[in-house]
Design a protein around this ligand. Structure first.
Ligand code: MLT
Length: 323
């Protein structure tokens, strides 16, 4: 009997060790819940490359759009927790969505194994080049008096552009027409073409166009100016001190990863964020890389819990105050 038990234990141990040595054996899918070319996709592709190197298998981006990012995140949350499906979530899908998205099919704080923060992405108030207002104060007046004739782009209820946009509208007491896109990548194309008037978007998506002069930036919603956009004032400098908001993008896996697999994914993201090219790319687009204490799964879990707690009352009040 004892022999059989020992044998069984040995077999189980060999199987676990074998998996630890062999994961990953095939490409890994990283679900990006918004359209290609937008900020979440940009951050995902920046980190996917060095993660592929670290893991020895390709991390393949799959854009699964719709419903403010919740379609893609729901699908990824229901995938097998085997390390072959991960996702790039953010302050919208894993922070604001519970407040704004009715019937969410996942819980940001319990449906996932957090892998780690990928990039901080400050919010910029951007408008089409033809927007006449010369500064934020007159832009705010134009949006208020323009009412429904002003078109504001966003990427779906609960997305970053939607939640930070709703906050902006409520703060200034404006009711523009909200125009939904499958991501702020496509929204930016329309902004550049003058088909839509403005949006509040993540800096990594719009920094290049602002510098290139194809769209206008009224302010960055952070306490300090952003090094990639030195001439863009902060909201405080521009006369809207109450509007300070930053987003973030982070890697999650479905809940229940085997510990050895989870550790390999955490290590691969850590290596990616130490990759000089990846860091350079995130910084030159105005993003931030996690500082010590902000990286890793425990910090991300704490952030998700605090962001859901923070955004829920703020966004519910914003919607109630400005239905
Ligand atoms: C995107 O990648 O399109 C954005 O993250 C969408 C959003 O949350 O605004």
């Amino acid at each position: 009997m004892k022999k059989a038990l020992a044998f069984g234990f040995l077999a189980a141990l060999t199987a676990v060790t074998a998996r630890a040595d062999t994961y990953p054996q095939r490409p890994i899918t990283m679900v990006v819940p918004f359209a290609a070319g937008g900020p979440t996709d940009i951050v995902a592709r920046i980190v996917a490359e060095p993660m592929s190197k670290a893991l020895g298998q390709q991390v393949v981006i799959e854009n699964v759009t719709g419903a403010g990012g919740t379609t893609g995140i729901t699908r990824a949350s229901q995938a097998a927790p085997d390390g072959y499906t991960i996702m790039m979530g953010h302050m919208g899908t894993h922070g604001a969505a519970p407040a704004l998205f009715k019937g969410l099919k996942y819980d940001p704080a319990t449906s996932f194994d957090p892998i780690g923060m990928a990039a901080g992405t400050p919010i910029v108030i951007v408008a089409k080049k033809a927007m006449a207002a010369p500064d934020l104060k007159s832009f705010v007046e134009a949006v208020k008096t323009g009412g429904a004739s002003i078109n504001q782009a966003h990427a779906g209820v609960g997305s970053v552009s939607h939640s930070t946009g709703v906050l902006f509208d409520s703060l200034i007491g404006a009711k523009p027409t909200l125009v939904v896109y499958r991501g702020t990548g496509p929204a930016l194309n329309d902004l550049m073409a003058g088909q839509v008037d403005f949006m509040t978007d993540q800096i990594v998506n719009v920094a290049t166009q602002i510098t290139g002069g194809t769209i206008k930036a009224y302010a960055v919603a952070t306490p300090e100016r952003n090094p990639s956009l030195p001439d863009v004032p902060t909201t405080k400098e521009a006369g809207l001190p109450g509007y300070e908001v930053s987003a973030w993008n982070a890697v999650f896996a479905p809940k229940g990863l085997p510990e050895d697999v989870r550790k390999k994914l955490v290590a691969a993201l850590d290596a990616a964020l130490k990759d000089p090219n990846a860091k350079k790319r995130i910084l030159e687009l105005g993003g931030t890389v996690p500082k010590d204490g902000e990286a890793g799964p425990a910090a991300l879990q704490k952030l998700v819990e605090s962001e859901v707690a923070r955004w829920t009352p703020v966004l519910r009040n914003a919607v109630d105050a400005n239905p």
